[in-house]
Design a protein around this ligand. Structure first.
Ligand code: H2B
Length: 96
């Protein structure tokens, strides 16, 4: 099981993730697309990456908006797995 990140590890990781916000024991980012098709296409790509990493987002989708929250349930907080997936999601969003 991955170790929970310390406060200083979290601060350091967040420097590389400027679009993400700390919220409780997780990090969140909101995305907005032109329409549902673009939003769901993005979610499909994120889902494949999440499955590949065996690390899965909490998320909601309303039409063209996707809200993603990342936290490591097994560890009860943030781990490097969340920061890695966040960077992967940023890359997917950048290429969308
Ligand atoms: N995703 C997230 N976000 N947190 C976890 O703790 C987690 C996961 N654990 N995906 C994985 C799957 C675990 O349940 C399986 C059994 O490896």
């Amino acid at each position: 099981m991955a170790d929970k990140a310390s406060d200083s590890e979290i601060r350091e990781a967040m420097k590389a993730l400027p679009h993400w916000e700390l919220e409780g024991d997780g990090i969140v980012r909101a995305f907005e697309f032109n329409d549902f098709s673009a939003a769901f296409g993005f979610m499909t790509r994120v889902a494949l990456e999440a499955e590949r990493m065996n690390h899965h987002p909490e998320w909601t989708n309303v039409y063209n908006k996707v809200l993603i929250r990342l936290s490591t349930h097994d560890a009860g907080g943030l781990t490097q797995r969340d920061f890695k997936l966040a960077a992967g999601i940023d890359a997917i969003a950048g290429n969308a």
